[in-house]
Design a protein around this ligand. Structure first.
Ligand code: HEC
Ligand code: HEC
Ligand code: HEC
Ligand code: HEC
Length: 187
């Protein structure tokens, strides 16, 4: 039997079943054991599906992978919300990835990532643009006010000018800073 057929979009029942499994796993993980959810928030968990992708190496090679501060920022620090309810909701959305993992041909290959990098990057950026880069601001809490002495003049000026604008006209971190952890594709 071709097990992939089970997951074909025409097999609506399977999609529904997957969704239900996703919700149940999420809810059980959340209310049952915080630990389950915790386990799904490690780099290892993310890399279990993305194991052949250069994502982790890219983080390590970036300023977020050690640099002069010796800090390795974890996938979830940037990609998942801190608020528990939103966290749960995003987890359930992430479980669309489970479906994608089973159905996208050649997903876990570097070739696939290279070919689809722009599209995937822009999908990822939607999350940051949708919450004013809250994950970035969680760590970088002194970008706009009480800026550190050591911050470059040009950075201070750019940030201050942005902050002076009305809220809905302001840019968010990732509008100006792309590719802070992975290489953002040109073009
Ligand atoms: C079950 C396998 C699986 C796991 C586990 C997984 N991913 Fe993914 N991920 C995928 C697939 C498949 C895609 C492509 C989805 C698509 O385009 O439909 C993807 C795409 C992405 C994207 C780009 C698209 C978007 O919607 O933002 C990001 C960012 C991402 N994953 C981050 C993570 C992080 C962070 C973790 C760990 C918390 C993680 N992934 C765990 C399978 C997985
Ligand atoms: C877990 C905390 C943390 C998170 C989350 C985080 N950063 Fe950072 N970031 C750091 C640290 C620490 C450094 C300094 C590294 C060093 O100097 O070695 C840094 C450095 C930077 C730099 C300067 C180096 C460079 O690459 O140009 C920029 C810009 C930056 N971060 C932007 C962002 C943006 C944008 C986000 C959200 C997508 C983000 N950061 C998320 C901790 C974090
Ligand atoms: C309007 C564009 C713009 C926005 C919005 C913006 N930045 Fe910057 N940022 C810059 C520029 C330009 C620099 C200086 C060039 C450089 O160092 O790469 C800079 C520098 C930095 C640096 C390095 C500072 C240093 O002295 O090394 C960090 C960290 C940083 N930004 C984080 C952030 C974070 C986090 C946000 C969101 C809260 C943000 N920026 C929003 C344009 C922007
Ligand atoms: C410092 C914050 C940060 C960390 C740490 C981080 N990412 Fe990302 N990630 C981003 C941003 C921002 C984007 C959007 C595209 C861009 O600007 O490069 C992105 C994009 C992605 C994409 C879409 C494809 C691409 O390359 O753009 C995937 C998949 C992804 N991240 C997975 C991961 C995984 C897995 C980890 C942990 C090994 C991780 N990320 C760690 C900030 C981060």
């Amino acid at each position: 039997m071709n097990w992939r057929a089970l997951f074909k979009p025409s097999a609506k029942i399977s999609i529904l079943a997957l969704l239900i499994i996703g919700v149940v796993v999420g809810v059980v993980g959340y209310f049952g054991t915080q630990q389950t959810l915790h386990a799904t928030s490690t780099d290892e968990f993310c890399m279990s599906c993305h194991s052949n992708h250069s994502l982790k190496d890219e983080v390590l090679a970036s300023a977020h992978g050690g640099g002069s501060a010796g800090i390795v920022v974890q996938c979830q620090d940037c990609h998942l919300p801190h608020n528990p309810v939103k966290y749960l909701v995003k987890k359930i959305i992430v479980s669309k990835d489970l479906y994608g993992y089973l159905t996208i041909d050649g997903f876990n290959t570097q070739e696939w990532l290279d070919e689809n990098r722009k599209e995937q990057a822009d999908l990822a950026l939607k999350y940051f643009k949708g919450n004013d880069s809250a994950n970035c601001q969680h760590c970088h809490s002194r970008i706009y006010e009480n800026q550190p002495e050591t911050m470059k003049k040009m950075a201070k000026r750019m940030h201050a000018n942005n902050f002076k604008k009305e809220e809905d006209k302001r840019k968010t971190c990732v509008d100006c800073h792309k590719g802070v952890a992975h290489v953002y594709p040109k073009g």
